[in-house]
Write a protein that binds this ligand. Structure first.
Ligand code: IPE
Ligand code: IPE
Ligand code: MG
Length: 243
């Protein structure tokens, strides 16, 4: 791998837990359990690969429409994860961050999230952002509402609203845009994830189901990223044309 061309921010749509389980004749929830092991593995592997920000799509707004039993299981799994991994995150110098509507989550889970953020805020290493009850359209709508309120109060003038203003009002205000977006299990869609932020992100879709997405698979994704020419609308990646 080329150490000069590492994606600083990697975002992941962790998909395929159910299909992984089904292909083994196991209940869907088993796929979610093994999926958590891969979350740990990827968080552990990322810093040495040069990744500074990792953003993981764990639960979408739309996922609330799943059967009640599966949703309850996922919430229970999340609670356990937040309890069990706090010490490890502290040791790994990880900053625990979230995006999405935390108010939708059960109160005990919300409290654990607040605690884990608080207890890792002084860390200086990898920033891991979990998307919980996240919808990119809701995120953009929320930003618009806040801007409209500020305009109505006379705090900002509509004419002064720029792309940067909007970006500062997204949940991701403190994160750079992703360089690489990985989706596991082959689906060629974004499923309402980071719509604004991925305008120029490189996409990588693998057929591997999330419970099979090991460190080795992450390395493959980065290797693919390193073959890309990011042009941002110019004619070449290094183009010195008009800024
Ligand atoms: C991803 O796996 C996990 C969540 C969305 C919570 P899925 O549960 O979507 O698994 P598939 O896509 O049905 O295989
Ligand atoms: C996207 O996966 C959401 C997460 C990985 C959390 P889904 O399984 O919900 O996406 P669709 O429904 O296949 O688009
Ligand atoms: Mg899915």
């Amino acid at each position: 791998m080329n150490p000069d061309q590492i994606p600083v921010h990697v975002a992941v749509i962790m998909d395929g837990n159910g299909r992984w389980a089904k292909s083994r004749g196991l209940p869907r929830i088993r796929g979610h359990q093994v999926g958590v092991e891969r979350v740990e593995e990827i968080i552990q592997s990322a810093p040495a690969l040069g990744i500074k920000y990792l953003t993981l799509y764990a639960f979408s707004k739309e996922n609330w429409r799943r059967p009640k039993d599966e949703v309850s299981f996922l919430m229970e799994l999340l609670g356990k994860y937040l309890d069990q991994k706090l010490e490890e995150m502290k040791r790994q110098n990880v900053v625990f961050n979230t995006i999405g509507h935390l108010d939708d989550l059960p109160a005990p889970i919300r409290e654990k999230i607040v605690r884990n953020k608080q207890e890792t805020r002084q860390n200086t290493g990898l920033v891991v952002t979990f998307a919980f009850s996240y919808s990119a359209r809701v995120e953009i709508t929320d930003a618009c509402r806040v801007l409209a309120e500020k305009a109505a109060q006379g705090e900002i003038r509509p004419a002064d609203i720029t792309e940067a203003t909007l970006a500062r009002h997204l949940y991701t205000a403190n994160l750079p845009d992703p360089d690489l977006l990985i989706r596991t299990s082959g689906e060629m869609r974004i499923s309402n994830f980071l719509l604004w932020q991925i305008s120029y992100t490189e996409l990588y879709v693998t057929e591997k189901y999330w419970p099979d997405f090991t460190r080795e698979e992450l390395v493959k994704a980065i290797q693919s990223y390193q073959t890309r020419e990011r042009r941002f609308g110019r004619t070449t990646a290094s183009g010195q044309e008009n800024a």
